[in-house]
Design a protein around this ligand. Sequence first.
Ligand code: SF4
Ligand code: SF4
Length: 412
Amino acid sequence: MQTNLASWARNSEVGQEADEILRRCVHCGFCLATCPTYQILGDELDSPRGRIYLIKQVFEGAVPTASTQEHLDRCLTCRNCETTCPSGVDYGALIDIGRDVVQQQVRRPLGQRIKRYILRRLLNSIWFSFAYKLGRLSRPVLPRALKNKIVAARPVGSTPDPTRHARKVLLMTGCVQPTMMPTVDAATIRVFDALGFSTIAARGAGCCGAINFHLDAQKDALVQMRANIDAWLPLLDSGEVEAVVVNASGCGAMLKDYPRHLQHDPEYVAKAFRLASKVRDVAEIVAPQAAQLKARLSGLPESVAFHPPCTLQHWQGLSSLTEKMLRDLGFRLLPFSDAHLCCGSAGTYSLTQPDLSLSLRDRKVQSIQAVGAGGVVSSNVGCIAHLQSGTRLPVRHWIEVVDEALDTQTGV
Ligand code: SF4
Ligand code: SF4
């Protein structure tokens, strides 16, 4: 489509980047059918095409309003729309740019600013663990949106000596998962040990940057990205570790996106590419060795549904690989309708847009329950906690289930 950028946009890097993306869109509307918010709200401005149009208007000089911001806020950044776009519109990059430009011009109401500030500060701080434990104790009296985030504590178990194997990987521990579901990291360490890898906890900024990035603090997110690069790249460059392994697909997707976010930083862009080339979802490491691992598994659950998080399927393109790996490991996966749609978790979306988030969760749970699944496996802490809040079925990371079925007496 044709654009006629305002002079401020024509002369800025983000304006030129946005223009290139906007010009690819032919306004065909194929993306509408795959957009979860359009499916629920039925408003063109809550569809990818409508949001693209809003962003175009802003770059052409229109003054954004609170309503513009709200339509952009309602986007889950699931990037499902990209999968049906015949023109290859990079919607994910455009919505990031659009949100940042709009938040610089529209002052949010005080309540929203406070909420976003508290979320950013709390989730990125050492106080999160304390607050979460307190949340577990006071769960019955918490507001519904917060209550849904509190998952029951499970025994973590012991982990093997991290120097046992010559082959080593860094395990990205992230900001909220060690508190919410420490079992996922422990299970990863044990499964990787069975495959002949020792795992070293990747200490960096604590967070991949996604929380700040999606809560109006893109500059703070860039600081976290650079800190992670500085902490991890020397270990990768020296060959001390082979890869940065991630068991939360949301964090993995963000790490793989570092080159885009740091493209205008001459000091870090090449480093970001080097780091991103070594980032692996756990499934990417386990998949080639699934047959070897299967021989050591017993007692996998009868039939489960695999919920592929958007950050796994649409951002990283790893849904098929993960499904094949699960089948190779011996899982009997039950297909269910609309598996490509977001569950509504989407990082902090479930706290900033609770109504839309809950409707999407309930649709997802209904689809899964309709096929008679005995449980759900997934690949991201946020989706797991979110789905678990809407069903009695057990919802777990697949690596926890593999870990439980693993015979630790044989093998390496
Ligand atoms: S499918 Fe692609 S080209 Fe068509 S309206 Fe949507 S974003 Fe634009
Ligand atoms: S990213 Fe998801 S919610 Fe946002 S416009 Fe695309 S399909 Fe809709």
